[in-house]
Design a protein around this ligand. Structure first.
Ligand SMILES: [Zn+2]
Length: 298
C-alpha cells in the first residue's frame, strides 16, 4: 500500500501491529521455524515469539533480519520508511532525525539502511523500446550547467574546466518505464559504455546527444538516434531526451535544496533512492516491496 504519514501512524501504532504485518508478509500468517523449518509451533504472545514443536527453540519473525540486530522499535523503522517514500525530493538525514525524534546518528543509520534496500538488484530485465541516455554533473557551485557543459565539450576539456568538484552521473531512461542512474569517475566512453551495455537490450533504440562518449553505440544496438544539440536540434519526432532532462531538473532541485556538498558515495545512495521511487511510481505496493527488501533474511 502507498501510505502517507498519518496512515502509517494509525496502521502501526505499536510493536505488535508491526510484528503482525511482518508475519503476514513473511509467513502468510503460518509461522515457520527459521532453524528447522517446522510449521508446528505455539504462540507466546507476550514476547511475539513462537515456540517450535520441532526443535524446541523459540523464534520471532525478526530472526535473521536487520530488525533483529537493532534496538530501534519497529514503529520507528516503519515511520522512517514512510517519511522517505513520501518525500518527493528526498529527505536529509538531519530532517529525518528531527521528524522521528531520534539523534543524528540514528537518523543517518536508518537512511543508509533504507537506501541500501532501495538498490536495484542485478536481476532486473534489460531496458527495451526507446531508451534516453544523458549525462549530467552534480555538486559544486550552482551554475548554468548545460551551457557550461556544451562549452566544455566544444573545448574538449570536460575534465579540466570547472568540473573538478562535480560528479558525473550517467542516466538511462526507458521511455514510459524505468530509470538507472550511476555515478562515474569520468564521463567518457570507457566508463559509460559498459553501463549502457549492462542495462539496455540490443534491440532497443538509443537516443543521445552528440557527445563523443556515445560514439560507436550504433554498432552495438539496433538503432542509435543522435541529436545535434550544438545546432539546436533537441528532438526528432519521438526521438528526444526531454524525459531524462526533466528528471535531472527534479533531482538537482532536491539535492541543492538540502545539501551543501555531497560525496560520491553519498550521491550514489541518494540516486538509488530517487531511482527506486521513480521505478515504483505506479506501484501501490511500494511500501510492502520496500519493507520486504529491508526485512529480507540475510
Ligand atoms: Zn524449529
Amino acid at each position: 500500500m502507498e501510505m502517507n504519514i498519518i496512515e502509517t501512524i494509525n496502521r502501526f501504532p505499536d510493536q505488535s501491529s508491526c510484528i503482525a504485518y511482518l508475519e503476514g508478509l513473511r509467513w502468510q500468517n503460518e509461522p515457520e521455524c527459521p532453524y528447522c523449518k517446522s510449521k508446528r509451533s505455539s504462540k507466546r504472545h507476550e514476547t511475539y515469539r513462537h515456540q517450535c514443536h520441532g526443535c524446541n527453540r523459540s523464534y520471532s519473525v525478526l530472526v535473521g533480519t536487520i530488525f533483529e540486530s537493532t534496538k530501534l522499535p519497529l514503529t520507528q523503522w516503519f515511520l522512517a520508511i514512510s517519511l522517505i517514500l513520501n518525500a518527493k525530493k528526498g529527505l536529509s538525514a538531519r530532517q529525518l532525525s528531527r521528524d522521528l525524534g531520534v539523534n543524528r546518528k540514528t537518523g543517518w543509520y536508518l537512511q543508509m539502511r533504507i537506501r541500501k534496500a532501495m538498490q536495484e538488484g542485478e536481476d532486473v530485465s534489460l531496458f527495451k523500446g526507446i531508451v534516453e541516455i544523458d549525462e549530467t554533473y552534480i555538486g559544486g557551485k550552482k551554475a548554468n550547467h548545460s551551457k557550461k557543459k556544451r562549452q566544455a565539450r566544444r573545448d574538449n576539456k570536460l575534465q579540466i574546466t570547472g568540473y573538478q568538484d562535480k560528479q558525473p552521473v550517467i542516466g538511462l531512461l526507458e521511455r514510459d518505464g524505468r530509470i538507472r542512474l550511476q555515478v562515474v569517475d569520468k564521463a567518457h566512453g570507457v566508463t559509460i559504455k559498459p553501463i549502457i551495455e549492462k542495462t539496455v537490450s540490443k534491440d532497443a533504440t538509443i537516443v543521445t546527444d552528440g557527445f563523443g562518449g556515445y560514439a560507436g553505440l550504433s554498432k552495438i544496438f539496433r538503432e542509435h538516434q543522435v541529436l545535434n544539440k550544438d545546432k539546436e536540434q533537441y528532438a526528432r519526432g519521438k526521438y528526444h531526451t526531454n524525459t531524462i532532462e526533466g528528471f535531472w531538473t527534479l533531482l538537482k532541485r532536491g539535492i541543492y535544496g538540502q545539501y551543501h556538498k555531497i560525496s560520491a558515495r553519498y550521491l550514489q545512495s541518494y540516486l538509488d533512492e530517487f531511482t527506486f521511487k521513480y521505478n515504483h511510481r505506479d506501484n501501490r505496493l511500494i511500501f510492502d516491496v520496500l519493507i520486504n527488501k529491508i526485512a529480507a533474511v540475510t
